[in-house]
Design a protein around this ligand. Structure first.
Ligand SMILES: [Fe+2]
Ligand SMILES: [Fe+2]
Length: 175
């Protein structure tokens, strides 16, 4: 009986880890909203390709949030569904949006790396494995935004160049 309890205990994740995962739900929810606001701004500004890119990006972040919600709930730990902060809704330019996006992704990467450290410290192998997907995802996200930002130096910042970059964003959208 005692042994049985010990096994059950070992499947649990620490309070620290639970808090970190719940905080990550907040970050993913805010990212989803922020990308939605960017998409909306792009749509009214006439950047159709960028709008579809950011709407898809918003959906992706929502999926990330759901992954964590399911992970916690499957462990019997109720996920906390957060209120989200009001995202910025007006922007200077498409280039500035992409820079804000890269900055947000870098913040998310740091948060995920901190969670990996907690999992390692806790010897929490299941959360460590779960977080592996997020670590790889962040590498792709940062590379994606860095590559897009680079296009302004390569192609230009006049109207024709931005039209070209808008098309590139449409084609780099993930499904
Ligand atoms: Fe994400
Ligand atoms: Fe992301």
């Amino acid at each position: 009986m005692e042994c049985y309890i010990i096994i059950l205990e070992s499947m649990k994740i620490s309070k620290n880890m639970q808090t970190a995962l719940n905080n990550q739900i907040v970050l993913e929810a805010n990212a989803s909203n922020s990308y939605m606001a960017m998409a909306s701004w792009c749509q009214v500004t006439g950047y159709d390709g960028s709008a579809s890119f950011f709407y898809a990006q918003s959906n992706e972040e929502r999926e990330h949030m759901l992954k964590i919600i399911h992970y916690l709930n499957n462990l019997g730990i109720p996920a906390v569904i957060p209120a989200t902060k009001l995202p910025a809704s007006s922007f200077k330019s498409l280039e500035s949006i992409l820079k804000i996006a890269l900055n947000n992704e870098q913040i998310v990467t740091t948060a995920i790396h901190k969670m990996v450290e907690i999992a390692q410290k806790d010897k929490d192998y299941s959360t460590s494995a779960f977080l592996g997907w997020f670590v790889n995802e962040q590498v792709q996200e940062e590379t994606k935004f860095e590559t897009l930002i680079q296009k302004f130096d390569l192609i230009g910042r006049d109207k024709l160049a931005i039209n070209e970059i808008d098309k590139i964003l449409a084609s780099s959208k993930s499904d």
